[in-house]
Design a protein around this ligand. Sequence first.
Ligand code: FAD
Length: 156
Amino acid sequence: MMLIRLIYFSRNRLDEWYDRKDAGIAEILATSVANNLRDCITGALICDERWFVQALEGAENKVSAAFERILRDQRHRDVSLVTMQAVSERRYPNAAMACVMRSQDNDDLFRHYGEDACFDPRQVRPERLSDLIEAVVQRRATGEPAWTKKHATNAA
Ligand code: FAD
């Protein structure tokens, strides 16, 4: 089986569909986890008030089918494919869909990888978007400041 990783970003429209954004996220997450477990897809979804950024990894036909459903979803718009590439291993092997919203706990990561206080994925290089998703998910899992460690290593 060829493993692929797909990354996209899109405009968040949850405020047009739900009174509370966290209710929208909960509904998307419930469907995503059920479908992704069925299809052996893993990945992560991060979002702020304006944007979603998601990584999906799994068999090419399953990831493509999920992405086609996601493209049709009215709860977001302007879906932009960032990368779809063959990979040797999963980055989120234990998560049918890790999901983290921007908050005080990870705001520094959005600023750091987005290189601007006002996060805009259109302005961010693909590999940095990928690193942002990973850092935000890792922060939630460990509470550690992932980028400061990497930064310190690079500077040494
Ligand atoms: P159905 O459930 O039959 O729905 C029919 C249509 O209505 C679809 O176009 C659906 O997208 C849309 N829809 C469903 N519920 C609502 C609602 N409450 N309000 C408005 N429109 C609605 N699905 C996955 O399987 N895996 C994922 O990783 C995944 N990630 C997602 C990430 C984001 C940011 C969003 C917005 C959605 C995500 N989804 C994901 C959900 C996906 O878009 C589909 O809703 C889901 O896969 C079910 O597809 P379906 O064709 O069976 O649609």
